[in-house]
Design a protein around this ligand. Structure first.
Ligand SMILES: NC(=O)C1=CN([C@@H]2O[C@H](COP(=O)(O)OP(=O)(O)OC[C@H]3O[C@@H](n4cnc5c(N)ncnc54)[C@H](OP(=O)(O)O)[C@@H]3O)[C@@H](O)[C@H]2O)C=CC1
Ligand SMILES: O=C(O)C1=N[C@H](C(=O)O)C[C@H](O)C1
Length: 251
């Protein structure tokens, strides 16, 4: 058997999955051994000797795919969104039964988005107000985006750690949704617009000033270096890792 990492892509015909197929095929240290879509049998993973499965499917599919992978000691690199604490708890239980297996869940694989989250986390304690606006293509299944939910969660965590008070907001009457979704106390607004791919603005406000951090993914190629890094690192990182930043030396 060659020393190349044996990689499968799930969701191989999708927007990001098809790009990931090409990226894995082009990586010198990887071999694409399976490319699965909705109608494929998960047995293809075991039959092909898959070491790492990259899941880029749908929030309704990902838990079943991962249950199979973890039960068979196949490492996972997951870009699929729709994560809740309950879902993560289920994965931790499954991983406990397969302690040598690694699983990376990355809300966003692009370097710019990871840095946006880090910068937002750093800025959070210095401003009274924080809101997130995410903008995506209209074929996206979930809202808010996984990246926006994670960004809001990190901001809320940083504010809580700093003892920040609740945000100023005098709204006493509003149409449903006008103030966005409440993610841990941070308003998150979702735009779906033909022509867009994946974009996010994090807005901070203080007395007499604002700070805006903006990131734009203009092509699915922006996610590929992060996916390949995840594949290389997950095989030596047992257990659950949430966020690609854990595989980057961000300090
Ligand atoms: N973390 C990140 O950096 C990124 C994450 N994403 C996330 O990746 C996911 C996919 O996005 P996108 O490519 O735009 O979506 P698409 O709908 O274009 O692709 C998903 C593909 O997965 C297939 N699929 C569904 N269920 C299964 C299954 N059980 N096994 C194998 N394949 C399956 C779908 O088939 P069918 O069409 O028949 O349903 C479809 O071909 C989303 O959750 C998205 O948010 C996207 C970009 C970046
Ligand atoms: O569906 C998408 O396209 C994307 N999904 C991820 C998310 O929900 O954050 C990552 C990126 O925004 C693209």
């Amino acid at each position: 058997m060659s020393s190349k990492l044996r990689v499968a892509v799930l969701g191989a015909h999708g927007r990001i999955g098809s790009e990931a197929v090409r990226a894995v095929e082009a990586a010198e240290d990887m071999e694409l051994v399976a490319a699965l879509d909705r109608d494929s049998a998960l047995d293809e993973l075991t039959a092909s000797g898959t070491q790492v499965a990259v899941d880029l499917t749908h929030p309704d599919s990902v838990m079943g795919n991962l249950a199979f992978c973890l039960a068979h000691g196949i490492h996972g690199v997951v870009g699929t969104t729709g994560w809740t604490e309950e879902r993560l708890a289920t994965l931790r239980e499954q991983l406990a039964a397969s302690p040598a297996t690694g699983l990376l869940i990355a809300p966003n694989f692009s370097l710019g988005a990871v840095l946006t989250m880090r910068f937002a986390q750093q800025a959070a304690r210095f401003f009274e107000s924080a809101e997130v606006i995410e903008l995506h293509h209209p074929n996206k299944a979930d809202a808010p985006s996984g990246t926006a939910a994670r960004t809001a969660h990190l901001i809320a965590e940083a504010r809580a750690a700093a003892g920040s008070p609740a945000q100023p907001d005098a709204t006493s009457t509003a149409l449903d949704g006008a103030r966005g979704a409440d993610v841990d106390g941070i308003p998150v607004h979702s735009v779906r617009l033909r022509g867009l791919l994946a974009h996010q603005e994090v807005l901070f406000g203080g007395v007499g000033e604002t700070l805006t951090i903006r990131h734009d993914s203009l092509h699915h190629s922006s996610f590929m270096p992060g996916i390949l890094l995840g594949v290389r690192r997950v095989v030596t990182t047992p257990g659950l890792t949430v966020g690609l930043e854990n595989f980057l030396d961000l300090g």
